[in-house]
Design a binder for this molecule. Structure first.
Ligand code: HEM
Length: 426
C-alpha cells in the first residue's frame, strides 16, 4: 500500500522477494558487511559533534541526535558532510528526508490507510481489526501527500557529487564502476534505490534508540551511576573509542536493553506470502481468509507469542522494567534459557536488517560518549520543581519516545573541557 500510493517503490525493504530484491540486497551487503570498522572514523567524529551540540544547547537534544544519525548515513552513502551548526529547520538534506520518513512512519503502519481498513473489514475478524486500529491512526489518506521519491534521491545525492563536494562514499565508488564500464548501466537505478533505502533505514531508527537513552537515564539514575563508574575506570579522563568495547560490557548491556525495552519497529515490517500457505489457512488460525490477510495476521499473532518476542516474560523476566543487568551474566542466562540478545528487533530470516552491525556501532559509540561526559537527569521548571518525564511512545511504524524534557549537564569541568577539545581533533 505504502509502496504503490506514495511512490516508495525504490525502497527495497518493501520489495517483493525475488531476483530484483536480491540485486538490491547484494549491493547493500557489499558496502555494509559484518565488519563495519571502515565506518568507525565517521561514527567517532559524529559522536564528538553530538557531544559539542549537547554542550551548547542541551535542550535541543532531539534535533541534535537526529542531525547526528542523518550525518553518519549521508556521509557514508553519499559523501555529504552535514554542517555542524544547522538552522532551526535543520540542514536541507536532513529536513527533506526527515519529512519523508515522518510520513512513511505514519503511512507504513498497517491499517493507516482507509483502503486497507476497508479491505481488512471485509476479510478479517472484526476484533483483530479493532486491535490493529486502536490508537491514533488517521482515517484518510490525505495526511500523506505522495512523496516525490525521485526528487528526494536526486536532491540528496548527485547534485553535491557533481559540485565535487562529496567525499569518498558508496555512491561515488559504485558510479565509478558504472562510468568505467566495470559495472552495467542498469546498476545505476539499483544504486540510487540502495542509497536512498540506506538513508530511510538508517536515519530514523537509531535516533529512537538514543532518545530512549536520555529518557531512561532520567528514570534510572542508579543505572547511570553504574555505567559511569565503569566508564571512569576504563577511560581515565579520555573519550571512548571502539577498541574500549571489550572493557565496557555494561555499555553493551545498556544498548541491548535500549533496543529491547521499546523496540523501534514494534511490528517489524509486514511481508505477505506469495502463495497460499496451507498452515496459515488452517481454520484454527483465522478461517479461510485470503492469503495476504491471513498470513500477516498469523505472523503478527505468532510474533507476539514467540519466545523471541522482546517482552516475552519467560525470556525477559519483568519485561517492562528497563534493566540492562538482565544481559550481564551470559552463562547463567544460557543455562536458564533467559535473556538472549534481543536480535528480534532487527527482523527475521532472509529479510533481517542488513544494517544492524553498523546501527549497533553508531548506538554504542554515542551511548558510551554521552555517558562518559554528561549527567542526564530530570528537568526542573522555573520554580525549581522537578518535571516528571512522560514515558510514552508513538504508535507509528518507527516508534519514538513522545516529547519529554530532561537536563543534560557536563559531569565536571574536566568533562566539559574534554568535549570542547574534540573540536580541535576532528
Ligand atoms: C536500531 C536500528 C535499526 C533497527 C531496529 C532496524 C530494524 C529493521 C527491521 C525490523 C527491518 C525489517 C526486517 C524484516 O523485514 O524482517 C529492517 C530492514 C532493513 N534495514 Fe534496518 N534497522 C535499524 C537500522 C538500520 C540501519 C542503520 C540501516 C542502514 C544502514 C538499515 C537498513 C535496513 C535495510 C536496507 C532493510 C531492508 C532489508 C530487506 O528487505 O532485505 N537498518 N530493519
Amino acid at each position: 500500500m505504502v509502496t504503490e500510493l506514495m511512490g516508495w517503490d525504490w525502497l527495497f525493504s518493501l520489495m517483493q522477494y525475488g531476483p530484483v530484491w536480491k540485486q538490491h540486497r547484494n549491493l547493500f551487503f557489499k558496502h555494509f558487511p559484518v565488519n563495519t570498522t571502515a565506518f568507525h572514523p565517521v561514527q567517532i567524529k559524529e559522536s564528538h559533534i553530538l557531544l559539542r551540540s549537547l554542550f551548547l544547547k542541551p535542550k535541543d537534544f532531539l534535533s541534535d541526535t537526529r542531525r547526528s544519525a542523518a550525518a553518519i548515513i549521508l556521509q557514508i552513502t553519499y559523501g555529504i558532510q552535514i554542517d555542524e551548526k544547522v538552522d532551526e529547520d535543520g540542514d536541507n538534506y536532513v529536513s527533506l528526508a526527515d519529512k519523508a520518513m515522518f510520513s512513511f512512519g505514519r503511512a507504513g503502519l498497517f491499517g493507516s490507510f482507509m483502503v486497507v481498513r476497508i479491505a481488512m473489514l471485509s476479510a478479517l475478524n472484526f476484533e483483530i481489526y479493532i486491535l490493529l486500529s486502536l490508537k491514533g491512526l488517521p482515517a484518510n489518506t490525505e495526511t500523506y501527500a505522495p512523496l516525490d521519491a525521485g526528487g528526494l534521491i536526486q536532491k540528496i545525492g548527485p547534485s553535491k557529487m557533481r559540485n565535487g563536494v562529496a567525499s569518498p562514499c558508496i555512491v561515488a565508488s559504485e558510479l565509478e564502476d558504472i562510468i568505467s564500464g566495470r559495472a552495467p548501466q542498469e546498476n545505476e537505478r539499483i544504486l540510487k534505490n540502495v542509497a536512498a533505502t540506506s538513508y530511510a533505514g538508517g536515519a530514523d531508527t537509531t535516533v529512537s534508540v538514543l532518545v530512549s537513552l536520555y529518557l531512561v537515564m532520567t528514570l534510572y539514575p542508579e543505572i547511570q551511576n553504574k555505567a559511569q563508574r565503569q566508564l571512569d575506570q576504563v577511560l581515565e579522563g579520555r573519550l571512548p573509542v571502539f577498541e574500549d568495547r571489550p572493557q565496557l560490557p555494561f555499555i553493551d548491556c545498556i544498548c541491548y536493553e535500549l533496543l529491547r525495552w521499546n523496540p523501534v519497529t514494534p511490528l517489524g515490517l509486514n511481508h505477505y506470502a506469495m502463495n497460499d500457505d496451507e498452515n496459515y489457512l488452517d481454520p484454527k488460525c483465522l478461517g479461510n481468509t485470503p492469503r495476504s490477510v491471513s498470513h500477516f495476521s498469523c505472523v503478527f499473532a505468532e510474533s507476539l507469542s514467540s519466545e523471541r518476542y522482546d517482552h516475552h516474560r519467560d525470556v525477559y523476566p519483568d519485561p517492562f522494567t528497563f534493566s540492562p543487568e538482565r544481559f550481564e551474566n551470559v552463562e547463567k542466562n544460557i543455562a536458564q534459557g533467559i535473556n538472549e540478545i534481543p536480535g528480534a528487533v532487527f527482523g527475521f530470516g532472509r529479510r533481517i536488517c542488513p544494517g544492524r552491525w553498523m546501527a549497533f556501532d553508531s548506538i554504542w559509540i554515542a551511548v558510551a560518549s554521552i555517558l562518559s561526559v554528561y549527567r542526564i537527569s530530570k528537568a526542573v521548571d522555573e520554580n525549581g520543581k522537578v518535571i516528571e518525564p512522560e514515558v510514552g511512545y508513538t504508535s507509528s511504524l518507527l516508534s519514538h519516545p513522545k516529547p519529554f524534557q530532561c537536563s543534560i549537564t557536563p559531569r565536571s569541568a574536566e568533562a566539559a573541557k574534554l568535549v570542547l577539545q574534540t573540536a580541535d581533533q576532528d
